[in-house]
Design a protein around this ligand. Structure first.
Ligand SMILES: [Zn+2]
Length: 261
């Protein structure tokens, strides 16, 4: 059986970039709450990760609270250096294996961020975050969506990647803007290098707010011009995707994956 996945042309040809967007998985009853639904989809999603060649990569996920906080997963040691450059914070109290949670206060940053400064060898789940950015190779960023947009951000030059959950509320709070700003201030990513891809998500007339268009405007406002939108409405294609709105909250999730090989 062919795996229920899709890839985006704009990201497919970037060297060392691995990505995928899983679709509705046939034969799995997902009319349950989120925890149960993710449990039921786990085996299929793992099979897909293996098919992509990233089955042994740690999976880093965000709690997804419809906020704008970003988890920053730097190269081991890098976060500490950046932290010193940016805030002069003393990290002598950390042992390099626990996450630093000091709020960062970069210029113009609309929110704090959570820092990880460790060789990431196992799956991690970041509380309170709606996006993740990294320069680390061999780790997979993961976001689960069912109507909200998964926004893939690739900087092939640094290289660095970011993956963001942006629905109606996260878009209002500027979560993608924050991810771009964090990639810029933490990793030195240039807006002109960034390639942004929007996943299928719910759109008008199935939804009253066109947040995909707002996300594109937010990227443009940060100076990004390589922006690609799948243009597909999840609610229009229940054969291919899950829709939280249409299925009244009791549905599955698509897994967006992004990482650097
Ligand atoms: Zn629709």
């Amino acid at each position: 059986m062919q795996l229920p996945v899709e890839q985006f042309e704009a990201l497919s040809n970037i060297p060392n970039c691995r990505h995928i967007f899983t679709r509705r998985v046939p034969g799995i009853d997902v009319a349950h709450d989120k925890t149960e639904t993710l449990r039921r989809l786990e085996a299929a999603h793992l099979k897909i990760r293996r098919g992509l060649g990233t089955g042994d990569w740690p999976l880093l996920t965000a709690e997804q609270v419809h906020g704008n906080k970003i988890a920053i997963v730097a190269e081991p040691g890098q976060a500490g250096q950046l932290l010193q450059q940016n805030s002069g914070a003393d990290r002598s109290d950390t042992d390099g294996r626990s996450w630093a949670t000091q709020p960062i206060d970069p210029i113009g940053c609309p929110s704090g961020a959570i820092w990880v400064d460790l060789p990431t060898q196992s799956d991690k789940h970041f509380a309170g975050c709606d996006g993740l950015i990294t320069t680390q190779r061999g780790v997979a960023l993961g976001i689960h969506v069912a109507d909200c947009c998964a926004v893939y951000i690739v900087d092939p030059n640094t290289p660095a990647v970011g993956l963001v959950h942006s629905g109606k509320k996260g878009t209002e709070l500027g979560v993608v803007t924050n991810a771009i700003m964090q990639m810029s201030s933490r990793f030195g990513s240039k807006a002109s290098d960034l390639i942004v891809q929007l996943s299928p998500c719910i759109r008008p007339p199935h939804y009253e707010v066109d947040f995909a268009t707002k996300i594109i405007e937010q990227c443009r406002a940060r100076g990004v011009d390589q922006i690609h939108d799948s243009g597909i409405c999840t609610a229009c294609h229940l054969d291919l995707y899950y829709s939280y709105r249409v299925e009244k909250g009791r549905t599955g999730r698509m897994l967006a994956l992004l990482g650097l090989a």
